[in-house]
Ligand binder design. Structure first.
Ligand code: UT7
Length: 318
């Protein structure tokens, strides 16, 4: 048995924050942000809008495209670094808001690699026959963990959610997945502090050594793609669409070059969304499915990288 993605959905909050808007908040410019990252604008969740709300809308759209009923879903996994609350899991909140009464629900925390981690776990749970229909969601509200006085981080991130519906299938499906972690590199990208009982310990905002993250990302993304390609007896020439984590166009370009995938075969959505962490890959998948680029039978290479450090790839036959 195999696991197949049968539908996608996504949601971006209504409010758009442009680079020019940001230049009124911090000492930056549209020119700097565009040339260093490729980002032009990002979406910001409204007050009162929670990560679970973004996830529910993305999931509802994916479900509508799948033709399945919410009651057909027996597994619901949310990848997020910005949960509504410490507990319950955002997945349990989404389960309730969606009415997915028959689902087992849990969160995965692997920062920007979270969606690929979740897809890999769900693949095992579905292809072994234990579960049949799953919702895999990446949803984030990074705007609430950014320091809006820190121009080195606040210009790079955005809010959003993407979802896929996967089902047990007699044909592949997910061809191969490979995950990696290196906790010894955690200092280059993290949220060092937290709030407990209203008391702030350390700094509860995103910290990043941009250049170190850049180098690490470029090095590991192509490598892990080659690992999954080898597992499936394929080469980069077999890839129809590369759907990488959307953090920076320069990282995406460098990964494509190292892997040997042409820019025309690479899905890039970071311009209008910024880095939406665990949501970025399912958001990009949904964009390319709905605009007709990704079609049935295509080989789609997804690859994520992020804080932890974590990285991983899922090679998919659409
Ligand atoms: O999901 C994974 C998460 N993160 C990433 O993937 C990000 C990886 N890193 C990057 O994308 C890039 O390193 C950045 C976009 C963060 C930065 O680009 P860079 O080319 O590495 O720039 P830099 O850090 O070397 O900074 C160059 C200059 C510095 O000024 P000095 O020291 O040369 O005078 C910074 O202070 O740009 C300055 N700078 C800014 N200037 C205007 C930093 N942020 C800004 C800003 N606006 N927002």
């Amino acid at each position: 048995m195999f696991t197949k993605i049968i539908a996608t959905g996504s949601y971006l909050p209504e409010k758009v924050l442009t680079n020019d808007d940001l230049s009124k908040i911090v000492d930056t410019s549209d020119e700097w942000i565009r040339t260093r990252s490729g980002i032009r604008s990002r979406h910001i969740a409204a007050d009162g809008e929670e990560t679970s709300d973004l996830a529910v809308t993305a999931a509802t759209r994916a479900l509508a495209a799948s033709g399945l009923s919410v009651l057909d879903i027996d597994l619901l996994v949310v990848a997020t670094t910005t949960p509504d609350v410490i507990f319950p899991s955002t997945a349990c909140i989404v389960q309730d808001k969606l009415g997915a009464k028959n689902a087992v629900a849990f969160d995965i925390q692997a920062v920007c690699s979270g969606f690929v981690y979740a897809l890999s776990i769900v693949d095992r749970m579905v292809s072994t026959g234990q579960y049949k229909n799953a919702l895999v969601i990446g949803a984030e509200i990074y705007s609430r963990i950014l320091n809006w006085n820190d121009r080195t981080t606040c210009v790079l991130f955005g809010d959003g959610a993407g979802a896929v519906v996967v089902t047990r299938s007699e044909t592949p499906g997910i061809l191969a997945t490979k995950l990696h972690s290196d906790g010894s590199r955690r200092a280059i990208l993290n949220v060092p502090g937290h709030v407990r009982n209203g008391v702030v310990y350390g700094d509860p905002h995103v910290h990043m050594d941009g250049q170190a993250v850049f180098k690490m990302a470029v090095n590991v993304m192509a490598d892990v793609c080659n690992e999954t390609l080898a597992m499936a007896n394929m080469t980069a020439a077999d890839i129809d669409w590369l759907v990488p984590h959307q953090a920076n166009v320069r990282i995406i370009d460098a990964t494509g070059k190292k892997l040997g995938v042409a820019p025309e075969k690479t899905v890039v959505t970071v311009q209008g969304q910024g880095n939406t962490s665990a949501a970025s890959i399912p958001l990009a998948l949904d964009t390319a499915v709905r605009d007709g680029r990704i079609k049935a039978g295509d080989v789609v290479q997804t690859v994520g990288v992020g804080g932890g450090f974590t990285w991983g790839s899922a090679l998919i036959r659409w």
